[in-house]
Design a protein around this ligand. Structure first.
Ligand code: 13P
Ligand code: SF4
Length: 302
């Protein structure tokens, strides 16, 4: 293991590469990562880096987003098969059909979507800025794709905007059910329960805090409380346990795992750094329009 870590670090330096890792990645990936965080943070880093190569330890749409934001950089995805099951639920044709049923309403797309979908939408968002992005449009109705639960959660937070959602979802977060929250309340009455907004509304409406990956981590860091039940992907649980050994971190249930996020290994990272295979390429016309959608989000999130 130390050998492979040393090789990755050597190649990173030699090739002026940077490694970005999402918090749902296997926790050992952090040993070689330059930046670890949620989708918004990593997009912001990708848009600013002066590295020549970005290795994105994450899933396809994340690496594609990095390429859109840094078109002159070589972006490599360690496991080219690592997709996002939510993003796969919305093709360009499905988006067009959905939009045509609701003419003249602006469309907001969650970053968990393809470049083709982003190219057709008005503005992008991540789970940490979704409420502010929808609010920034100043409209009474918006379309939201592909995550119906994030969209409905935004609607509930704002109270004065109708959010018309496409019926996509995250199969990993939907494994968490309201009775898991009720059981955790009984078993750990002194703990706070924190959930990701990709969870079903019947879950997010009964927990103590709802936030993106980084927001959950920040909540644990800054809270005076000592015990937390975590209702999101296992990678967040693993990192919280590592970073806050004096706090009690309890997963809401076992095996809340995104299989695509867990495909990446240190060997894959070394392989793409050596060979520069698995490069992400985006069609120029699509990229031109998709980047506008992302730039509007980054501008609104400053
Ligand atoms: P965030 O990184 O915005 O918390 O999103 C979680 C997720 O499911 C990424 O695919
Ligand atoms: Fe997609 Fe869900 Fe996995 Fe995130 S956790 S990459 S939304 S399938």
């Amino acid at each position: 293991m130390p050998d492979i870590i040393e090789k990755i670090k050597y190649l990173k330096k030699q090739k002026n590469a940077v490694i970005l890792a999402h918090c749902y990645q296997p926790v050992e990936i952090d040993k070689v990562a330059d930046y670890v965080g949620d989708s918004l943070y990593l997009s912001q880093i990708a848009s600013k880096t002066d590295a020549d190569i970005i290795v994105f330890a994450g899933v396809y749409f994340m690496a594609q987003t990095a390429k859109l934001l840094s078109p002159s950089k070589k972006v490599l995805l360690p496991q080219i098969e690592a997709g996002c099951r939510m993003s796969d639920m919305l093709s360009l044709d499905q988006l067009k059909e959905f939009v045509s049923k609701h003419p003249s309403i602006p469309a907001v797309c969650y970053v968990n979507s393809t470049a083709e979908v982003k190219a057709e939408c008005d503005i992008c968002c991540t789970s940490s800025n979704a409420v502010n992005i929808v609010k920034s449009l100043g409209k009474s109705k918006v379309l939201f794709v592909p995550d119906t639960y994030l969209g409905k959660w935004v609607e509930k937070q704002l109270g004065n905007v109708e959010v018309i959602t496409y019926p996509g979802f995250c199969p990993t977060h939907l494994q968490i059910r309201p009775n898991d929250v009720e059981n955790a309340r009984k078993k750990y009455p002194k703990s706070l329960i924190l959930a990701h907004p990709e969870c079903h509304m019947s879950v997010s409406s009964i927990v103590d805090f709802v936030g993106s990956t980084s927001e959950i981590m920040k909540f644990v860091k800054t809270s005076k409380e000592k015990s937390f039940v975590i209702a999101t992907e296992q990678g967040v649980v693993d990192r919280l346990k590592r970073d806050f050994p004096n706090k009690e971190i309890i997963p809401i249930k076992n095996n809340i795992i995104c299989p695509n996020m867990k495909m990446t290994s240190l060997e894959d990272i070394l392989y793409v750094l050596e060979t520069e295979e698995n490069e992400i390429i985006v069609n120029k016309e699509t990229a031109k329009r998709a980047v506008n959608c992302l730039d509007r989000m980054l501008e609104a999130s400053k």
